[in-house]
Design a protein around this ligand. Structure first.
Ligand code: MN
Length: 394
């Protein structure tokens, strides 16, 4: 049994004011080609199908096209809602669609839906929509639910016992703590606002992030799963074990992800175990961060892939007139422009910031004044400054 695991399509998403529908259609067409090339039996969509609870009509049309293309190839679809989706809207015509092989679990209604698929290795797909503790508690008032972790555990406990010789796959949209480690965010998740910083600077703030996290050990309870197809985190990665995996978003959805590689997970279930392979996805326009003087970056001889989404950091010593207009003349899809003076790499700027923190207000102000006026503060000015400072900060 082979299937493709995708997550976080975020259909209808706009990035820095740019409509991504064309890019999304392009990448979904690539997914269809991968499905054919690898003869997959099913496609798993692990939540955040749409970017918003009420998606633009064009995004609905795009999903319609994608699902129709999949079913016309005899490929089954297994999908759950994410935190960006409207559970109820996603459930529209769910029973009708299920007859066509499109299984969507939008709202949690007290039990995890199980969809059996026949094949060389028969498998059952357990569809757990995005849930919050209150939702699960509403249906399972007896369960000891105190947080996200216990809520998911209670929901999973509703599953029937495992059947012998049948592989079991979980599809879920959650933050999963694997081996005590939070997933690494890509920057475009818009989940618990503290998580991306908590994940990137381990230590500070981790507790806040873990509150909303599910322990990966939950996926080993009650017989466990042969594969856990996760959505929610946009950077492809495993969560505590090789068979528990985030597919990641199929496209870069934030400039913080510039240069990141995206993929779909090809999962093969065999009686001997689960194999996974990352199939690269190549976007229509790459998101790139380029650095250099404006004249060099926009030199027609040096411009390549002009349609790419560009974040340019200029190394010019002085602000350039109409820099964005000049950049867009070369790269019409330029998204951001900032200045990165030469010689200040991240390490240098961190050192500089630390040095600044050690200086007193008086030292900092007089240095700034001297830089601006080419002379030190007079005694009179220093006195006036101290007076003003006391007024503001007694
Ligand atoms: Mn998402």
């Amino acid at each position: 049994m082979k299937f493709l695991h995708l997550g976080d399509l975020h259909l209808g998403k706009r990035v820095n004011g740019f409509d991504f529908l064309e890019d999304q259609q392009y990448i979904l067409a690539q997914v269809l080609a991968l499905c054919e090339a690898h003869a997959v039996q099913a496609v798993v969509l692990a939540g955040d199908i749409y970017d918003a609870p009420v998606p633009p009509a064009a995004a609905v049309t795009l999903l319609d096209w994608f699902l129709t293309e999949l079913t016309s190839r005899g490929i089954q679809v297994l999908a759950v809602s994410g935190n960006h989706d409207s559970a109820d809207r996603l459930d529209y015509a769910a029973a009708l669609l299920a007859r066509q092989g499109v299984h969507i679990a939008g709202r949690f209604m007290g039990s995890v839906r199980v969809v059996p698929l026949e094949g060389e290795t028969p498998a059952e797909f357990c569809l757990l929509p995005f849930v919050r503790p209150a939702t699960v508690r509403h249906y399972l008032p007896e369960a000891p639910i105190t947080d996200q972790d216990t809520a998911v555990a209670a929901a999973l406990a509703t599953l029937p016992p495992r059947r012998e010789g049948v592989a079991r796959v979980l599809v879920a949209h959650q933050t999963v703590l694997g081996g005590g480690v939070l997933p690494q965010c890509a920057g475009s998740e818009s989940i618990a606002p503290d998580l991306s910083s908590a994940a990137s600077n381990a230590g500070a703030g981790v507790n806040i992030g873990t509150l909303d996290a599910v322990n990966a050990a939950r996926f080993a309870e009650n017989g466990g799963f042969d594969y856990v197809a996760l959505g929610h985190i946009h950077r492809p990665q495993t969560a505590g074990a090789p068979h528990i995996r985030y597919a990641g978003a199929p496209l870069c959805y934030s400039l913080d992800e510039a240069g990141a590689r995206k993929s779909a997970v090809l999962v093969t279930l065999t009686p001997a175990g689960t194999e996974t392979e990352l199939l690269p996805l190549c976007p229509r326009r790459t998101m790139r961060h380029i650095t250099g003087p404006l004249a060099q970056l926009t030199d027609p001889a040096r411009v390549t892939d002009a349609e790419d989404y560009i974040w340019a950091s200029l190394t010019d010593d002085t602000p350039q007139p109409d820099a964005m207009a000049v950049l867009r003349a070369a790269y019409p899809n330029a998204m951001r422009l900032d200045y990165a003076p030469r010689g200040t790499g991240p390490d240098l700027s961190t050192q500089a910031a630390a040095a600044v923190r050690q200086k007193s207000f008086e030292e900092l102000f007089s240095a700034f004044f001297e830089q601006m006026h080419d002379r030190p503060l007079t005694q009179e000015e220093t006195a006036a400054l101290n007076e003003m400072r006391e007024e503001v900060q007694p």
